[in-house]
Ligand binder design. Structure first.
Ligand code: NAP
Length: 262
């Protein structure tokens, strides 16, 4: 069979939400894809193939170190250089850290949001370095630049990956590899089905369309931008205003999003 000559992109967390919409945009823009999720990836695969892409898919739990290594081995076995890696898989936990949340859930999202991202980025960037070029995008969040009481550990994982993306970009300045941090605000996905998140004010508010967030992320990646605050304009305004607010005021604002709606 003839090898496809299309560029090849990896997208994690592509079974739903922002990742699925990103995969659709990449397919429409002429990429073949390797997509992954913990479950439900076959259905996503069929949807994306209908847009003309050749799709490889892999179901794996990325909160486990062994799962990350399995995915790397699978990607290597395909024998196709990955030109774009979008490290998007992630999950959240809501609730009061001392009184409500479950430590196991929190440790799981640290492994998923942070450890799997670092492990996959190390592999992707080393391959990109030997190919001489590449683009990496990491989904962080608007909460990456402010403390997030009542989503405390989640917010800290997103601060970690945002800082990681910005720092890695600088280390790679003398190469043809770019790193982009995608910072969505509240987006209408099944993220809000996670532990402690249903019924919070942020869950009840009007959220952004994941297709819009994905298109903005794709464009920023193509431009080689360092970051993109995606979604509606209020997300950008919030981040801009935060720069001038005292720490306590920022924290009170983000806390209110995590409170239960009346
Ligand atoms: N929605 C928001 O308001 C928002 C705001 C800022 C940032 N983000 C970030 O955006 C990214 C995408 O989330 P989303 O909003 O699109 O939510 P989503 O619809 O729940 O998508 C999350 C994706 O990650 C995958 N995933 C979750 N746990 C996994 C695991 N243990 N192993 C492998 N894959 C796993 C899910 O696959 P399964 O379905 O198989 O679990 C799914 O494909 C996340 O990093 C999230 O933190 C979301």
């Amino acid at each position: 069979m003839q090898m496809s000559t299309k560029p090849f992109a990896l997208i994690t967390g592509a079974s739903s939400g922002i990742g699925l919409e990103l995969a659709k945009v990449f397919a429409e823009e002429g990429y073949d894809l390797l997509i992954t999720a913990e479950k439900g990836i076959q259905e996503a695969s069929r949807t994306i193939e209908q847009l003309g892409a050749k799709v490889d898919s892999y179901e794996v739990d990325l909160s486990e170190e062994a799962g990350v290594d399995e995915l790397i081995a699978f990607a290597d076995s395909l024998g196709r250089p990955i030109e774009v890696a979008v490290l998007n898989a992630g999950a959240g936990v809501g609730g009061d850290f001392a009184r409500e949340t479950n430590l196991e859930d929190e440790e799981r999202i640290i492994r998923l949001n942070c450890l799997s991202t670092v492990r996959l980025a190390k592999w992707a960037v080393k391959n990109m370095l030997s190919d001489g070029k590449g683009r990496l995008m990491i989904t962080s969040s608007v909460v990456s630049v402010m403390p997030a009481p009542l989503q405390l550990v989640y917010g800290a994982t997103k601060a970690f990956v945002h800082s990681f993306a910005e720092g890695l970009r600088e280390e790679l300045r003398d190469t043809e590899i770019t790193v982009t941090s995608l910072q969505p605000g509240a987006t209408d996905t099944k993220f809000f089905e996670g532990p402690g998140l249903p019924g919070t004010k942020v869950d009840q508010m009007k959220k952004d369309d994941p297709a819009k967030v994905a298109r903005q992320g794709f464009d920023a990646l193509q431009n080689g931008d360092d970051h993109i605050v995606a979604g509606n304009i209020m997300n950008k305004i919030q981040i801009a205003v935060n720069k001038f607010l005292p720490e306590r005021a920022k924290t009170m604002a983000t806390r209110s999003y995590g409170e239960k709606a009346q």
